[in-house]
Design a protein around this ligand. Structure first.
Ligand code: IDP
Ligand code: MG
Length: 136
């Protein structure tokens, strides 16, 4: 079964939107298979966002995601990556539609509440980065 890595970012935890986000996925019938709260280590955040290392916002992004507790999760189901990405909404605030998590709760390009893997292969790498064998 396909899995994805979902993370409520520090702004989502601070704004008390963790429950809202989990509720949306559970209402959709998706399956939560692992969950933990932690404040990310800088090294983990750098690896997680390594694909963006050359982008001008990379340093600020790593600062942001390590600024406080996050809720790290693994969700499972058929086509889970595409389904959760659709529910999260687009990265660009002007393209994040109402009804999506970002479209309903944020208009900021960086503080956008939630991460979701963008492909099944990326999901497996991210799950291995954030969760130990015994945690799944
Ligand atoms: P995604 O989270 O929708 O997959 P990515 O392009 O992978 O978006 O970017 C990772 C994260 O980096 C975004 O969720 C957002 O927090 C931040 N980000 C992306 N592009 C920008 C930007 O142009 N300015 C500031 N932050 C950005
Ligand atoms: Mg991404």
């Amino acid at each position: 079964m396909e899995r994805t890595y979902i993370m409520v970012k520090p702004d989502g935890v601070q704004r008390k939107l963790t429950g809202e986000i989990i509720r949306r996925f559970e209402n959709r019938g998706l399956t939560l298979v692992a969950l933990k709260m932690l404040t990310p280590k800088r090294e983990t955040a750098e690896k997680h966002y390594a694909v963006h290392a050359e982008r001008p916002f990379y340093g600020e992004l790593v600062d942001f995601v390590t600024s406080g507790p996050v809720v790290a999760m693994v969700w499972e189901g058929k086509d889970i990556v595409k389904i959760t990405r659709a529910m999260i909404g687009a990265t660009k605030p002007t393209e994040a539609l109402p009804g999506t998590i970002r479209g309903d709760f944020t208009a900021d390009m960086m503080s956008n509440l939630i991460h979701g893997s963008d492909a099944p292969e990326a999901a497996e790498d991210e799950i291995a980065l954030w969760f130990g064998e015994g945690e799944l």
